[in-house]
Design a protein around this ligand. Structure first.
Ligand SMILES: *[C@@H]1O[C@H](CO)[C@@H](O)[C@H](O)[C@H]1NC(C)=O
Ligand SMILES: *[C@@H]1O[C@H](CO)[C@@H](O)[C@H](O)[C@H]1NC(C)=O
Ligand SMILES: *[C@@H]1O[C@H](CO)[C@@H](O)[C@H](O)[C@H]1NC(C)=O
Length: 534
């Protein structure tokens, strides 16, 4: 190679570097949710951006499980005392009946406020303030992990950067407001309404749905009021900050962890709703740790994964319940991987059971020898099992889990039992049904094919739309008109009022004219008589 071509190569390399350097944006992820499963979703989005050459900084409370070497994590950890409080609350939830979503929602208000207080403290931390007080920092995009923290949108205003929202749930009454997505109670069932595919709600269900939507709106309004106070507390000292209501109207678009095309419900979404359900699932699973890989490759009669998620520890359950689960599982011919934290203190030893503290759930579910997933029915776990086409036995605990389980059963992907009242016999029968009747696997595999069939993968969507917002410095042109309308206008109540008034006036006038005409026709002589007498 001569010097000329050497130089060309160098120049080419340099321009590639320069171009990628220009394209790489500075992105701030604000992921303060105290729920590990939310953080997995949020970090999976940040990871896609980091993998594609963006400089990503994230603020978290928890230590992220999903991470990337180029992501700068600013962790503002909770105190030991707060961790204890959270754990105690979860244990309490695990011991009560949470099957009614609306009642559970209001009962969890105290816990919500506790979490909101902790999230607010993070925003007041100097490490977070430094990000906007240091004038050298320049961010092209803020991604806000959205869960009852609307006031945190204030940081995007501080940084003069456009903002997108990352929600770990499907669009619903609570999340719709962030991008002005319409709420349609007549045919879009709320989370807790399991309506079979292709069926419409009955009259009773519509009444129930309508009331649930109102309850969710009230719940949300109470927490938004709380958020308004947090906004004052965090940003109140800065007179240049716009009012809270204005801050709420500046979201460019929202990523939701759902895929309505396959999962339903069929509903209208505004263009600012970008569905990226399954974002946490790897296109190709990572190799399993040696111990797990060996355990599964020698599973002559297939294997089961049991995990009750990241919030609930096995110690939160009654030891009696754990023993019943152990008795049944230890007698199966299948091998079982059981997520269990305290390895010195297990419900019992059995050759077919492997306890493990931490599990790469997505990679395990991808393994061909796993034929059943026993789950607490968190949205993340259900999504992964659906993606990998594995039937489920749900043992829901709280939050959206009972509703997720209900839907999963309606979809025919498995069965659900109450963890609170779990007995050996029904547990064993459910397992036998799921392991021996192929219909569940068939249904969930059919769904899996539908779920994966998309014009753009979840990762591609996150990358494309995040870069879109950066390219255009925000997306006000995508904004739903509902963001600027009040309750009366958005429900056309003023139009109805006008029409009803016109109708009433018309009826009145018609009646008046009619009486006059009738009187004229029938009683003209009588009337004139009367008049003459006076
Ligand atoms: C990446 O972001 C951090 C802020 O967390 C900043 O300090 C750093 O300079 C940025 N790197 C580049 C190459 O822009
Ligand atoms: C809304 O976002 C744009 C950037 O997309 C910014 O210029 C504007 O100041 C923001 N408005 C408010 C009220 O935050
Ligand atoms: C699944 O189990 C069978 C039977 O033990 C084994 O032959 C096979 O290699 C296993 N598959 C994988 C991918 O480990």
């Amino acid at each position: 190679m001569d010097r000329g071509s050497n130089r060309t190569v160098l120049l080419a390399l340099l321009s590639v570097l320069l171009i990628s350097g220009c394209q790489g944006g500075n992105i701030l992820g604000v992921f303060t949710s105290l729920s590990p499963s939310h953080l997995i979703i949020h970090m999976s989005m940040a990871k896609v951006l980091a993998e594609n050459g963006h400089n990503v900084t994230v603020i978290t409370a928890l230590k992220p499980v999903v991470n990337h070497k180029d992501i700068t994590v600013v962790q503002v950890p909770m105190s030991e005392e707060d961790h204890k409080h959270m754990s105690a609350t979860i244990a309490q939830f695990a011991s009560q009946d949470n099957s009614n979503m609306v009642i559970t929602m209001f009962r969890s208000m105290g816990q919500m406020k506790f979490m909101m207080d902790k999230m607010r403290d993070i925003m007041k931390d100097q490490r977070v303030k430094d990000l906007y007080e240091n004038k050298d920092n320049k961010f092209d995009l803020v991604m806000l992990g959205y869960f009852l923290n609307t006031y945190q949108l204030g940081i995007a205003h501080k940084l003069k950067a456009p903002v997108v929202v990352a929600a770990s749930m499907p669009p619903n009454e609570i999340f719709n407001t962030v991008v002005g997505n319409p709420s349609v109670a007549s045919f879009v069932p709320a989370m807790n309404m399991a309506v079979e595919r292709g069926q419409i709600m009955t009259f009773v269900q519509r009444v129930q749905n309508f009331l649930t939507n109102i309850a969710m709106k009230v719940f949300f309004a109470i927490l938004e009021n709380y958020n308004a106070n947090s906004y004052k507390e965090v940003y109140g000292d800065d007179p240049t900050m716009p009012p809270f209501e204005e801050i709420c109207k500046n979201v460019s678009l929202a990523f939701f962890s759902s895929h309505a095309l396959s999962e339903g419900p069929i509903r209208p979404n505004v263009p600012a709703v970008i569905e990226v359900g399954g974002i946490q699932i790897k296109d190709k699973p990572n190799p399993l740790p040696k111990q797990l890989a060996e355990f599964l490759s020698n599973a002559d009669n297939s294997a089961i994964l049991l995990s009750l998620g990241s919030n609930v520890k096995s110690s939160h359950l009654k030891s009696d319940t754990n023993n019943k689960i152990f008795h049944v599982l230890s007698k199966l011919k299948q091998r079982i991987i059981w997520k269990w934290e305290d390895l010195d203190n297990t419900p019992g030893k059995s050759d077919n059971i492997l306890y493990s503290k931490w599990l790469p759930q997505d990679d395990i579910l991808a393994h061909p020898n796993i034929t059943l997933f026993i789950t607490h029915a968190g949205k993340g776990g259900i999504t992964e099992a659906q993606y990998h086409g594995k039937p489920m036995l749900a043992l829901p605990i709280f939050g959206d889990q009972p509703s997720n389980a209900l839907r999963m059963v309606k979809d025919g992907f498995g069965l659900s039992l109450s963890l609170l009242t779990l007995e050996e016999q029904p547990f064993k029968e459910s397992l036998t049904e799921l392991l021996e009747n192929p219909q569940y696997t068939h249904k969930v595999k059919t769904f899996s094919a539908l779920y994966r069939d998309r014009p753009m993968s979840a990762r591609e969507s996150v990358l494309y739309w995040s870069e879109y917002v950066m390219r255009h410095h925000g997306a006000p042109h995508l904004q739903s008109p509902l963001m600027q309308m009040n309750f009366i206008a958005s429900n056309n109540l003023d139009v109805f009022a006008l029409l009803v008034t016109v109708l009433i006036v018309f009826i009145y006038i018609s009646k008046f004219v009619l009486t006059v005409v009738i009187k004229k026709l029938k009683g003209k002589p009588k009337n004139t008589d009367k008049l003459k007498k006076h």
